[in-house]
Design a protein around this ligand. Structure first.
Ligand SMILES: [Fe+2]
Ligand SMILES: [Fe+2]
Length: 197
């Protein structure tokens, strides 16, 4: 793989050392699915593989470690104590600053893999969707979402966003502004694509 980073072996060791076995398996699954989606939808396969493999690099940090990285990199205060949201932002900072990954597209796709955002790049969409539909996932509609992801990446993105928003709402949890903006953005993108047909 020719993605630039200062020490690929050290990066790989860091991933292994910091992920639980099941999370490591998930990461390999996201790498594989991201490559599949990249091939089908015309994204860069090497970038998809790299971002997929390392997207959850910070996922299993304990709260103390996560918070220390949030402070170290001057990330928003609202991420303190919120591992679910912080791990994607911290992961991107670690890849950039600890391992010299300079590719903005890769870093952004890691940074926004949990919330999504408006104006998603093709790689953002590939990683966001691959995270949810990789082969190790066990929810009952997996086949449906995989088929959808292979056929129509925007629609898959939209349905995953709708599901996320619905499930957070029903739990009375706050929905990240980026997620709401991503939903509106992809709704418009789908409309524009349909009008252009
Ligand atoms: Fe994640
Ligand atoms: Fe993930």
């Amino acid at each position: 793989m020719s993605i630039n980073c200062t020490n690929r072996d050290a990066l790989e060791d860091f991933l292994r050392a910091n992920l639980k076995e099941s999370r490591y398996r998930h990461s390999m699954g996201v790498e594989e699915m991201a490559v599949r989606l990249a091939r089908l939808h015309g994204a860069d396969e090497e970038k998809a593989a790299f971002a997929g493999r390392y997207h959850d690099i910070a996922k299993n940090f304990d709260t103390e470690t996560m918070d220390s990285y949030v402070r170290k990199y001057g990330l928003p205060e609202k991420l303190i104590g919120n591992n679910a949201l912080a791990h994607s932002k911290v992961g991107a900072e670690i890849l950039e600053h600890e391992f010299g990954v300079a590719d903005k597209e890769i870093l952004d796709s890691v940074r926004y893999h949990t919330t999504a955002r408006m104006d998603m790049t093709l790689l953002d969409e590939v990683i966001f969707v691959a995270d949810v539909v990789e082969d190790n996932r066990t929810y009952s509609d997996l086949d449906y979402y995989q088929d959808l992801a292979y056929r129509d990446l925007d629609q898959a993105c939209l349905e995953i966003l709708e599901y996320t928003i619905g499930s957070l709402t029903s739990k009375g949890m706050e929905i990240d502004k980026d997620t709401l903006e991503a939903r509106d953005w992809v709704v418009n993108k789908i409309k524009e694509t349909e009008n252009g047909k």
